[in-house]
Design a protein around this ligand. Structure first.
Ligand SMILES: [Zn+2]
Length: 150
């Protein structure tokens, strides 16, 4: 029997989880910064205390920059008069889960505020403005109607 996604969401019990946010340094950002500062991969590697191969792998996207490398990158920029080297305190977020989540997840979409219940959610499609729930849709419609009447 086919079960629609909507039914699945409704039937799955809601739990909450707390996640610690980790910083990400994209290869593109690192490469752009290196080029802007006329550094070779080798020179940047020395500044960061890592191997040239690691710099190349981060830039190419085959390896992720470790938290330690990100911190060293902050320190390097601070030494060069850009930004702050202070380690940002780890941020935690509380997440309402409708599915069991693995220990590590990467959130790529920007959280949106639901036009219905006004809570934050991660949209599945770029244009999703509210939760996929009848209640949120109704609340959003009522809010829109009220705004029109004013
Ligand atoms: Zn909602």
């Amino acid at each position: 029997m086919l079960t629609s996604q909507k039914q699945l969401v409704r039937k799955t019990p809601v739990t909450t989880a707390t996640f610690t946010l980790q910083r990400v340094l994209s290869g593109k950002t690192l490469k752009r910064w290196r080029k802007q500062h006329n550094l070779t991969a080798h020179a940047l590697a020395i500044e960061l205390g890592i191997s040239r191969q690691y710099v190349k792998s981060i830039e190419g996207g085959s390896l992720e920059a470790s938290q330690k490398v990100i911190q060293r990158f902050d320190e390097l920029r601070a030494r060069w008069g850009e930004g702050d080297a202070r380690e940002p305190s780890p941020q935690t977020i509380h997440v309402v889960c409708r599915f069991e989540l693995p220990n590590t997840i990467e959130i790529l979409a920007k959280p949106q505020r639901c036009k219905g219940c006004k809570k934050f959610f991660i949209p599945i499609t770029p244009n999703q403005k509210m939760h996929n729930s009848e209640q949120c849709r109704r609340t959003a419609r009522r809010r829109k109607d009220n705004a029109k009447r004013k």
